[in-house]
Design a protein around this ligand. Structure first.
Ligand SMILES: [Ca+2]
Length: 436
């Protein structure tokens, strides 16, 4: 049995070996194939992974280069800005330096000016003190003179009383002469002589009162009925015979305003006459006594130089307003003094003393610049006037009609009445002896 078993076992072992060899022979190529495919698969996947990795790295590198470019751009921009900034900074530094230099210069000038101002102040104070003492002296003199003037006025009043008495006698004599029947020549002559005597006496009285010579201003208001009848109390045009003036002058006399006796020296009423005139014209006068006119600087100078005169300025606006300025003392210097203005003792409703012009202001026309301005006021503001630099008034400016008269610097101005650029509707300047 055992041998049998051994033979079976041997057989089966052989069989198994055969099977194995068969299996081995049949399985080997398959395995190889399987391995190959596995290897191929793996290689493919590896290749895929590799290519995706490559793609990714390429993308990353692209992004990196982009970022790099951006960074480079930014750096470049920043550098440019830096450069610009440094340029502007240097410019600013230069400007700063220049400005500090200028400030230094200005400070220097300022210091010099301050020193000058101090010097001037001290000088002015000294001058002021001098002026004060002079003023006191003048006031003393004035009070003395006003005393003598009062005395003179008294004598004048007495003289005028005498005159009116004499006039009455004269008129009576004349009337009696007229009532006499014709024929008696001798008596008539006598009466005429008496009349002449009265006239001479009147002249002498006038001389004593300092009113010598011809009748040269609007002073006809002797308060007697006879004179009124003779018709020389009324306002109107009169002929003035002014001493030292070659020709008589026609002027309008106002016998009503403030007791009358006024000689009109300037009139603006409707713009019919141009006041754009030369020095010569303002000297000799222009226009007509029946309308707008300027009497003439020479005539006014001669009139106001012999006896004290008063000035009255009347102003009218376009809204019906009316004001006046009265100066108790008014005098005009000679042509050599450029018709320098002298004004004192203001009263009235037109502002204040300096409303017309400052004391001592000279007359200027378009062809004669005597003002206190670097400019030429008469050319700038038109007309002839006592321009300062250029002052608060100009009644000889251009005449502007209604509703066209505001914001006009070259119009008819009076600052203290209607402001600096309002052109007035009408003006009147008139004079009479202060003693009137
Ligand atoms: Ca000037």
């Amino acid at each position: 049995r055992l041998r049998h078993l051994e033979r079976i076992l041997e057989n089966s072992t052989q069989w198994l070996l055969k099977l194995e060899s068969y299996i081995q022979s049949s399985v080997k190529p398959e395995m190889a194939e399987l391995r190959q495919t596995a290897v191929q698969n793996q290689t493919a996947t590896m290749l895929e992974i590799g290519s995706s990795l490559l793609n990714r790295s390429a993308e990353q590198s692209r992004k990196l280069t982009d970022v790099e470019a951006q960074v480079l751009n930014q750096t470049w921009r920043i550098e440019m800005q830096l450069q610009e900034n440094s340029l502007s900074t240097s410019k600013l530094e230069k400007q700063l330096l220049l400005q500090t230099n200028e400030i230094h210069k200005l400070q220097n000038r300022n210091n010099i000016l301050e020193v000058r101002v101090l010097e001037m102040e001290t000088k002015q104070q000294a001058e002021l003190a001098g002026a004060h003492s002079e003023k006191e002296k003048l006031q003393r003199l004035l009070s003395r003179q006003s005393g003598t003037i009062e005395e003179m006025e008294k004598t004048l009043l007495a003289a005028s009383a005498n005159t009116s008495l004499l006039q009455r006698q004269q008129l009576q004599l004349l009337q009696s002469v007229q009532s006499l029947p014709s024929g008696d020549g001798t008596e008539r002559k006598e009466i005429i002589c008496q009349h002449k005597g009265i006239q001479r006496e009147r002249e002498e009285q006038k001389n004593q009162a300092g009113l010598q010579g011809h009748q040269d201003f609007c002073l006809f208001t002797v308060p007697s009925a006879e004179v009124r009848r003779a018709g020389i109390h009324a306002s109107g045009i009169y002929t003035l015979h002014i001493a030292n003036l070659s020709e008589p002058k026609k002027a309008y006399c106002d016998m009503e305003t403030d007791r009358g006796g006024w000689t009109i020296i300037q009139l603006r009423a409707n713009g019919s006459l141009s006041f754009q005139r030369s020095w010569r014209e303002y000297k000799q006068g222009f226009g007509d006594a029946s309308g707008e006119y300027w009497l003439g600087n020479e005539a006014v100078h001669l009139l106001t130089s012999r006896v004290p005169y008063a000035l009255r300025v009347e102003l009218q606006d376009w809204e019906g307003g009316q004001v006046y300025a009265h100066y108790r003392k008014f005098q005009l210097g000679s042509e050599r003094q450029f018709y320098r203005l002298s004004l004192q003792d203001y009263s009235g409703t037109a502002g204040q003393q300096s409303g017309l012009a400052l004391q001592g202001t000279q007359f200027s026309t378009r062809d004669a610049d005597n003002d206190n301005c670097l400019c030429k006021c008469a050319q700038m503001l038109s007309g002839g006037w006592w321009f300062d630099a250029c002052g608060l008034s100009n009644l000889n400016g251009i005449y502007y009609p209604a509703r066209n008269n505001i914001r006009k610097l070259n119009g008819i101005r009076w600052h203290h009445f209607q402001g600096p650029s309002y052109s007035l509707r009408g003006t009147r300047m008139m004079i009479r002896p202060s003693s009137f």
